[in-house]
Design a protein around this ligand. Sequence first.
Ligand SMILES: [Fe+2]
Ligand SMILES: [Fe+2]
Length: 235
Amino acid sequence: MKIAHISDIHYSKSWMFLRDMLEDCIAMVNQENPDIVIITGDVTDYGLRAEFEGVRDELKKIQSPYLIVPGNHDSRHEGYKKFEEFFGKRFFVKEIDGYKFIGLDSSEPDIDEGRIGRAQLEWLQHHISPQSVVFLHHHLVPIPYTGRERNVLVDAGETLKMLDLHKVPLVLSGHKHVPWVWKVNNTVVSTAGTVSCERTGSNQSFDIIELEEKRVVVEKVSIKSKNRQKYEVII
Ligand SMILES: [Fe+2]
Ligand SMILES: [Fe+2]
């Protein structure tokens, strides 16, 4: 299973949205020809209609199928309603080649902190299995270089426990624009950087992931330099 994971496009009219980076990223993803593209939220900056329209038109250029969940920026200004209008459900399950891709909505209207909530956790419990890939916007575990840690899900403990209990091999998230990989028990937790946001000044990037039965290979790909940093994790 080959997955492209992109996050935090932050499409807007601001100079902080780097259109060239998004276009280059989509061209590079198309060259990789993944089975699926996972987009972990913050596709817009303010949750505005013009931003949703703009980013949807850009995402149409992706040649592989893609799945998308909202981030905190997408839920601003009632953006969570527009998100559903443009992209469909905010949380869902999609079966692809024997894997259940489970998208979670960790955003709350006009609040930056993430939460899964009891109702969604209960829903998750009915769908989760060892053949699942779970993806959401906010972090489940802290990652370095993000300043004072206040961006982990408020119910990260309950969510992690459920993922661990059901031996989920791979969890994908975004949010703080810092690419990182952790292994928590037998789960690989990979965080993508930002594709096209100037904010945080980090090197814009996306991930290419090979998911196998006993092994996960995550490559962090720099859009500008095309450098690839490879992490191989045995699960
Ligand atoms: Fe973001
Ligand atoms: Fe975010």
